[in-house]
Design a protein around this ligand. Structure first.
Ligand code: ZN
Length: 182
């Protein structure tokens, strides 16, 4: 599976000799930059974290860490401008990363993780904890800034099939009745 000759449009490897004039798209270069930033962030941890050991908590910490570079004013509950899209005056509320930026960032890092050999199952950027975090940020910022993010009304129902295939392994994990004799 190491098709190194025939492939010409395959996964973005760092080998540039094959493709003399292939400037990275904006998305690709942003993704590369994000990946480097995240790698640097992990290296700066004490102790440093290898990408293979990275879990969703590191990602969540990373997202919170990025807030200090944010430019989006998120009004706190006590602020008179809470819920106003265009406040007439400045206030002392903190600036943070906008939800949309974080959401896009996670998407790029998620893709980059798998492009760098990470498995889809263990992808920390795809974990449920990240999704929950992003949803909370989104709702919080929508309220604080008076911006209703559009909700998609059409939701596909996910069908969950009951696992009827239990004949195969039903007997193997049965608790031995004799052990519970006290
Ligand atoms: Zn404010």
């Amino acid at each position: 599976m190491s098709g190194d000759v025939a492939k010409d449009s395959g996964g973005g490897s760092s080998r540039s000799s094959d493709q003399p004039d292939a400037p990275l798209s904006r998305y690709e270069s942003q993704k590369r930059r994000d990946w480097n930033t995240f790698g640097q962030y992990l290296k700066n941890q004490r102790p440093p974290v290898a990408i293979s050991q990275c879990n969703c908590n590191h990602v969540l910490d990373f997202l919170r860490y990025l807030d200090q570079f944010g430019k989006t004013k998120v009004h706190v509950h006590g602020c008179v401008f809470f819920g106003q899209p265009d406040p007439p005056a400045p206030c002392t509320c903190p600036v943070k990363q906008a939800w949309g930026s974080l959401d896009a960032l996670i998407g790029r890092l998620r893709a980059a993780y798998e492009e760098h050999g990470g498995s889809q199952e263990k992808n920390p950027f795809g974990s449920g904890a990240i999704r929950v975090f992003l949803r909370e940020v989104k709702e919080c910022q929508a309220k604080a800034r008076g911006i209703p993010y559009k909700k998609k009304k059409k939701k596909k129902k996910i069908q969950i099939k009951p696992n009827v295939n239990d004949e195969a392994n039903s007997s193997s994990k049965q608790q031995p009745a004799l052990l519970s004799s006290n």
